[in-house]
Design a protein around this ligand. Structure first.
Ligand code: BGC
Length: 749
């Protein structure tokens, strides 16, 4: 750990619209030879962009991200050897409120972690003779105004280019009018390494269409619901004010902003009179459409670009097939992940929320871990889960970082709740399955145990988890739009089943880690839950509340006897058919329903459900032109109006968990050992698809499966990387050993 002795947390001594610039002039120590290394360490309450001698210290924005700041202020580290000069130079930071000092969440005033942005930074230069020079933030630094006159993550940013900041980060001469900084108390034990990936800009997207709405507004369509911001270039008389509002959808041919709730999502630019380029880096928006007003003359499409922004992650998994609707669904799932992996795995990226809801990622983690390499991203987030839980009696909260604890929510007790709190077990397990690193289990083993031990105190005398507050099968399409709590699935069934899965996975984790005593404890815990579940909820294969979710969970989690599992599978298929193959599950059941059908011999029903287009279904949003996964099955109603419910996002990844079935069953790629060191290749052609191609860059190399159905005769090409072996299983159950390399097989569909 670095030595912070002479380095302080500092903030501007003026308000400067909470977006101050701060800087110092560094005079390199002479006579020590050239620079052999230069490392910049920075943490902040708020967000920063760093500059060394006028150049950005890295490509990141929104650093150091959002962590459970009370215990984990992450220290961003970067190599700036190429940027430091041998003559005096400026080390400067542009600060913003971010999550720590900004308005978050909902309608609260925010500022829960800090009243103003504050930063602690240290530059260490090592010269060729071994001499070390340390420059740290302290009372001698200076602060001044930036061009940002307003900014909030939810509400947007205002920039006034008439404010002269030229040379602020490159010119060493004293800056007129700048003031000092105040030094703040900081317990440096809170400073921890920032191991996860940084938030960076990705591609730019050009407008696809610009037109005038019925009310006379200039609207722009970028063709894709995305997360980031709009960069614009403009030359206009000084003082021209241009305003951009953002929205995910149109309603009645105008911008549909109601789902944003109180988030204003509005950026305002005031021109300097020269050539201006505006890019708001202290806010982000979830949008496909924009409304531009104040533009001088006709809006030039070349002047606008949507900039996609999210955490840096490598794309590792791909799926494509002969059905364009399914390909669009898959693309929507990928974009849902992109937009919501913004330092924290969030529920949504656009309204006055954008929180690390634990249930959402519990549902989506296996899919996420296939599409992108999320080991670092989710591993980092789990450290926050661990920190929050350690300070809350073993409770894994609804959201991590837990901002909900800062204010009263009378109808939402601070207590463990199924699926959401189970994230403390399910997410590390998903990472382990995907990448095969036992250290990831070890890192979360305490969280897993804490969760189970706490929930044990909440169980009824019957041994069921059927008391207390539960979201359970949240957003079941059969619940009324304004009351998503009213899911059909019995809350006790859902909670006890989810807890059983957690106990089972924790017991397995304990075995893997060689923790025999703990393994026995959680095996017995799981066995008790299974017994209670069967005794109270299962009768001849029928499960209390008799709906898709309860069967999906009981089958997928191995809660039933073989005979009951068969009966439950048949009942699930029967319910699906009676429901016209439309979806009848919410957050809890959706990730598992197609797997449960497949496991009980109903692949045909699973395919029919996946391909169903009537609402509610996975493809219904595709028929409505969706380019991301929606929060509700019917976020947009068939008549093109927005669902009247209070929560209606068009970018929520949870229901995209169906891609796990697409990867494993259509594509046929399954890990036999965690991390895919051995694989089960078991594609099940169906649904009228004529081909499908799926691949995954595993830690051992690329596994790829392509099949083509030529009228009943299916040719399958399998590629396994060096060192990976496995088993091929045909749809009829016959198996064949697979070795590394490429092999072509034939099966009948
Ligand atoms: C969020 C969800 C979340 C849920 C739990 C919503 O407001 O957007 O995705 O899991 O609340 O209640």
């Amino acid at each position: 750990m670095p030595d912070w002795t002479n380095t302080s947390l500092i903030a501007s001594d003026q308000e400067y619209d909470h977006a101050p610039l701060i800087r110092t002039v560094v005079t390199p120590d002479g006579d020590h030879g050239g620079v052999s290394s230069a490392t910049l360490l920075v943490s902040a309450l708020g967000i920063f962009e760093g500059f060394v001698d006028g150049k950005p210290d890295g490509p990141d924005v929104f650093s150091p991200g959002w962590s459970s700041y009370e215990w984990r202020m992450r220290v961003y580290s970067c190599d700036v050897a190429a940027l430091v000069s041998d003559r005096p130079f400026v080390l400067g930071f542009s600060l913003g409120k971010g999550w720590a000092a900004g308005r978050i969440p909902f309608t609260t005033p925010g500022g829960f972690y800090a009243h103003e942005p504050a930063i602690i930074a240290q530059l260490e230069i090592v010269y060729s003779d071994g001499h070390r020079q340390l420059v740290g933030t302290d009372a001698s630094w200076q602060s001044g105004p930036s061009q940002t006159t307003f900014h909030e993550i939810y509400d947007g940013q205002s920039v006034d280019a008439r404010i002269d900041v030229s040379g602020w980060n490159s010119d060493v001469t004293d800056r007129e009018g700048w003031t000092g900084v105040s030094v703040q108390e900081l317990d440096t034990h809170r400073l921890v390494p920032y191991d996860g990936p940084r938030v960076v800009r990705h591609e730019d997207i050009a407008p696809q269409r610009i037109w005038t709405s019925p009310s006379g507004k200039t609207l722009v369509d970028f063709g894709q619901n995305l997360v980031g911001w709009i960069r614009l270039s403009v030359s206009a008389p000084a003082g021209t004010e241009i305003t951009i509002r953002h929205a995910e959808v149109l309603e009645h041919e105008e911008l549909g902003t109601r789902p944003l709730r109180t988030a204003k999502a509005t950026d305002t630019y005031t021109t300097s009179g020269g050539d201006d380029v505006f890019e708001p880096t202290k806010t982000f928006h979830g949008f496909r459409y924009a409304e531009v007003s104040g533009w001088p003359g006709e809006l030039d499409p070349e002047a606008l670009r949507a900039v996609v922004v999210h955490s840096q992650m490598d794309r590792i998994g791909h799926f494509e097939c002969s059905d364009d609707m399914l390909n669009q669904l898959y693309s929507n799932i990928v974009w849902g992940q992109r937009g919501n992996f913004f330092d924290v795995p969030t529920d949504c990226p656009q309204r006055d929320e954008r929180l690390g809801w634990t249930g959402d990622i519990a549902a989506f983690a296996p899919t996420a871990a296939f599409i992108y390499d999320v080991k670092g991203f989710l591993g980092e987030w789990l450290k926050n889960v661990d920190a929050e839980q350690a300070h809350h009696d073993g409770i894994v909260p609804f959201v991590v970082p837990d901002v909900l604890k800062f204010f009263e929510r009378p109808n939402r007790p601070r207590e463990s709740t199924c699926l959401w709190s189970d994230a403390g077990v399910w997410v590390p397990w998903a990472i382990y399955e995907a990448y095969g690193d036992e250290e990831d289990l070890r890192a979360s083993f305490g969280t897993m145990r804490g969760h189970l031990d706490h929930v044990e105190t909440l169980l009824s005398p019957t041994g069921l988890w059927d008391t207390g507050f539960q979201f359970a099968d949240w957003l079941d399409p059969n619940a009324p739009p304004d009351d998503p709590f009213k899911a059909v699935a019995d809350k006790g069934v859902v909670a006890t089943a989810c807890l059983f899965r957690s106990a089972d996975l924790t017991a397995r984790t304990a075995r893997i880690l060689g923790e025999t005593e703990a393994a026995e404890r959680y095996e017995a815990y799981a066995a008790r839950l299974k017994e209670a579940f069967n005794a109270h909820y299962v009768d001849g294969g029928r499960i209390t509340s008799d709906c898709a979710t309860v069967y999906a969970l009981a089958i997928s989690f191995d809660l039933l006897s073989p005979a009951d599992e068969r009966a439950a599978g048949d009942r699930l298929a029967e319910l699906a058919e009676a429901n016209g193959y439309r979806v009848a599950t919410g957050f809890a059941g959706t990730p598992f329903v197609l797997h449960a059908l497949s496991r009980t011999g109903h692949d045909d029903v699973a395919y029919r459900m996946l391909l169903e287009r009537e609402c509610p279904s996975w493809l219904y949003p595709v028929t409505m032109g969706a380019t991301t996964i929606w929060e509700r099955w019917d976020s947009m109603l068939p008549d093109g109006t927005i669902n009247p419910g209070q929560m209606t996002s068009f970018n929520h990844y949870a229901f995209g968990a169906v891609a796990d079935w697409m990867h494993k069953v259509i594509g046929g790629i399954n890990p036999l050992e965690p991390g895919y060191s051995r694989v089960l290749i078991a594609p099940k052609p169906g649904g009228g698809l004529t081909w499908a191609s799926t691949s995954l860059d595993t830690p051992h190399g690329t596994v790829a499966v392509t099949w083509r159905n030529e009228s009943g005769q299916v040719d399958v090409d399998v590629t396994l990387p060096e060192g990976v072996s496995g088993v091929f299983r045909g749809p009829d159950g016959t198996e064949k050993d697979l070795a590394a390399g490429r092999v072509s097989l034939q099966i009948s569909a």
